[in-house]
Design a protein around this ligand. Structure first.
Ligand SMILES: C[S@@+](CC[C@H](N)C(=O)[O-])C[C@H]1O[C@@H](n2cnc3c(N)ncnc32)[C@H](O)[C@@H]1O
Length: 187
C-alpha cells in the first residue's frame, strides 16, 4: 500500500500535508546527496514518511503528541525518530522548544510547522539548528509569512534563497556545485 494511503488511513488529512510540488522539490534535494541524508522535519507528517521511504533517516518534530502518534502508526518500520517539542514563548512568538530535538548535524531541514507560525525559528537556538544544515526547504512560501521567513533565515545565515512554487530552498553557498545523483526507482 502506498505510504500516503497508509498515512490517510491513520487520520492524515491532505489539507495539512506538504504541498505536492514541495514534495517534488524535497525529493530532488534528498536525491542530490551522495548518500541518503539525515532529515529533520519540523511539523511531523507525510513529508517525513515519504522521505524515510526514500531512504532518509528522519527525525520528525511536533508539538502535539497525537500528531506524532498518527505518524508513528502510519510509518511502521520506517526509520523515523519522533520528537515532542512543546510550544514555548519566544521573542518572536510561539515556537518549538528546540531543547528536546537531538543535537546532531541534519543535512536537510524541512520547515513545515508549527501551525501557529514559524517565526520561532529566528531565535538563537532555531538558527543554531538551521545553520548546520546543508539545505533548508520551507513549505508554503507562497504565503507572505513563510516567504518572509525564508528570506529572513537566509539573510541571518548569509545564504541565498530560491523560491520554487510553494517551496523556498536555502542552500549553503559552497553547495552550488553539488551534483544531483542519478534518479533511482524508489517510490
Ligand atoms: C503543515 S502541517 C505539517 C505537515 C507535514 N510536514 C506533512 O508533510 O504532512 C502542520 C501541523 O498540522 C498538524 N495536523 C493537525 N491535524 C492534522 C491532520 N488531521 N492530518 C495531518 N496533520 C495534522 C501536524 O501534526 C503538523 O504539526
Amino acid at each position: 500500500m502506498p505510504w500516503a494511503v497508509r498515512w490517510l488511513r491513520h487520520g492524515g488529512d491532505l489539507r495539512w500535508a506538504l504541498h505536492p510540488e514541495t514534495w517534488l522539490v524535497l525529493r530532488r534535494e534528498l536525491d542530490s546527496f551522495p548518500q541518503p541524508p539525515r532529515l529533520l522535519e519540523l511539523g511531523a507528517g507525510l513529508g517525513g514518511i515519504l522521505a524515510a521511504a526514500r531512504g532518509a533517516s528522519v527525525t520528525a518534530v511536533d508539538d502535539r503528541s497525537h500528531d506524532l502518534d498518527r505518524v508513528r502508526a502510519a510509518a511502521r518500520e520506517l526509520p523515523i525518530e519522533l520528537v515532542l517539542a512543546p510550544l514555548r514563548s519566544t521573542s518572536r512568538g510561539l515556537g518549538y522548544s528546540f531543547g528536546t530535538v537531538p543535537s546532531r548535524d541534519y543535512e536537510l531541514i524541512f520547515v513545515d510547522g508549527p501551525s501557529v507560525g514559524r517565526e520561532g525559528l529566528l531565535t538563537e537556538d532555531g538558527l543554531t539548528l538551521l545553520e548546520r544544515a546543508t539545505v533548508i526547504v520551507v513549505d508554503d512560501a507562497v504565503r507572505p509569512e513563510e516567504h518572509a521567513l525564508a528570506a529572513d533565515v537566509a539573510a541571518r545565515l548569509g545564504r541565498s534563497v530560491v523560491y520554487e512554487g510553494p517551496a523556498a530552498v536555502i542552500r549553503r553557498r559552497d553547495e552550488a556545485a553539488r551534483r544531483p545523483r542519478p534518479p533511482t526507482p524508489r517510490a
